[in-house]
Design a protein around this ligand. Structure first.
Ligand code: NDP
Length: 339
């Protein structure tokens, strides 16, 4: 059985969907209440591969909210993640994806040092960040959507916002190996990590976001921002492809500007309907078929009976592993979202 550990994007979002999740008593509650709420299994899932194989899974709502980081409720945030992991393990889930901020919190706060949660000894082999599949899907989106828009990837300037992150660094490695991209622009805050990445790649210009955006034909957004940023579309090139893989989204507001094409990054579409309700609560356009690529990774590991932490740690995603999970993705009927 596979599992997905997820969270909602804001307190407002959580209050809105609490009733749909079957928890009306949560709907009027503030952050304090969510800080003390335990994890819950709120969905039972059945997925059929195009090979005909069927698997079953559980969605665990961790009750983590990004506001907990902004309000410095770090202890509550970290407790949410390890409690959700223990909950999944206790319910017999073999391989669980740590969606969105779950893996970011796990890494940033060294939660691998916490092995025991009440009577459960966490077995990290049963968890995956899902980031290898997410990076693979974003790279396919770069390749396919740029071709659709008539942007020649070989000559394009690509900015990666969140370049030093787990997903961002994998995308940079892929761009480095795959294309002659005219310029690779590396955006993040920590300068030391940026210089290390530049050294590893042997290329790339380190720029602040405001300087990188007007130069880019393609912008890949994979920064771990608890709240999206607003940008001025008039400063962007036309055409410009923006692939927003953040959860919550890195772009604070959706805008409609001529020549600017915004794509939901790291999202896959399955070839067959999935029996679940959870994706309608996170506003997917086609909730029966569209999902986060990290969630799809745990489904793929279950289909392939690969009960191992396929994506783990930080900045260790190799092109070979992206290719391996990519082959499983195609085999079982997932494809990158392109509209
Ligand atoms: P990491 O924590 O590994 O990396 C985050 C990156 O963002 C770092 O480079 C960090 O560098 C940078 N960053 C953070 N804040 C800012 C900022 N304000 N401005 C510029 N750069 C910033 O995260 P992941 O790679 O694991 O995840 C990245 C995003 O992808 C998250 O939003 C996550 O929720 C989402 N995600 C989506 C998935 C999907 O299936 N679609 C799956 C998994 C994750 P620095 O701190 O130095 O600025």
């Amino acid at each position: 059985m596979f599992g997905l550990i997820g969270h909602l994007t804001s307190l407002e979002h959580a209050q809105l969907v609490a009733r749909d999740l079957g928890y009306p008593e949560y709907a009027d509650q503030g952050l304090d209440f969510w800080c003390s709420a335990p994890p819950q299994i709120v969905d039972t899932i059945k997925v059929t591969s195009i090979t005909g194989q069927q698997i079953e899974g559980r969605y665990v709502e961790s009750c983590f909210l990004p506001e907990m980081l902004a309000a410095r409720r770090i202890k509550a945030a970290t407790r949410k993640i390890v409690n959700a992991m223990a909950h999944a393990q206790k319910h017999g889930v073999d391989i669980t994806a740590l969606g969105g901020f779950s893996s970011i919190i796990f890494e940033n706060f060294n939660l691998n040092q916490i092995r025991r949660v009440r009577n459960v000894t966490l077995d990290f082999q049963r968890f995956t960040t899902g980031n290898t599949h997410t990076a693979y899907i974003i790279c396919r989106q770069i390749e396919q959507a740029s071709a659709q828009l008539g942007i020649d990837l070989a000559k394009a300037t690509v900015a990666v916002c969140g370049a030093t992150g787990d997903i961002g660094s994998a995308v940079c490695r892929w761009l480095n190996a795959r294309t002659d991209t005219q310029d690779l622009l590396l955006v993040a805050r920590n300068q030391e990590r940026l210089t290390d990445l530049q050294g590893e790649l042997g290329r790339g210009k380190i720029l602040p976001l405001e300087s990188a955006l007007p130069l880019a034909d393609i912008v890949v957004w994979v920064a771990s921002m608890p709240k999206g940023v607003d940008i001025d579309p008039s400063t962007l090139k036309q055409p410009c492809l923006m692939i927003d893989g953040g959860y919550p989204k890195n772009l604070g507001s959706r805008f409609d500007a001529p020549g600017i094409h915004i794509l939901n990054g790291g999202i896959v579409e399955h070839s067959l309907d999935i029996d679940w309700k959870i994706m309608s609560l996170v506003n997917m356009d086609v909730p029966a078929r569209q999902l986060f690529a990290c969630f799809a990774e745990s489904m793929l590991l279950e289909f392939e009976k690969l009960y191992t932490n396929f994506s783990w740690g930080r900045n260790q995603i190799t092109l070979e592993k992206m290719e391996q999970i990519g082959q499983a993705s195609v085999k079982h009927g997932f494809r990158p979202l392109l509209t």
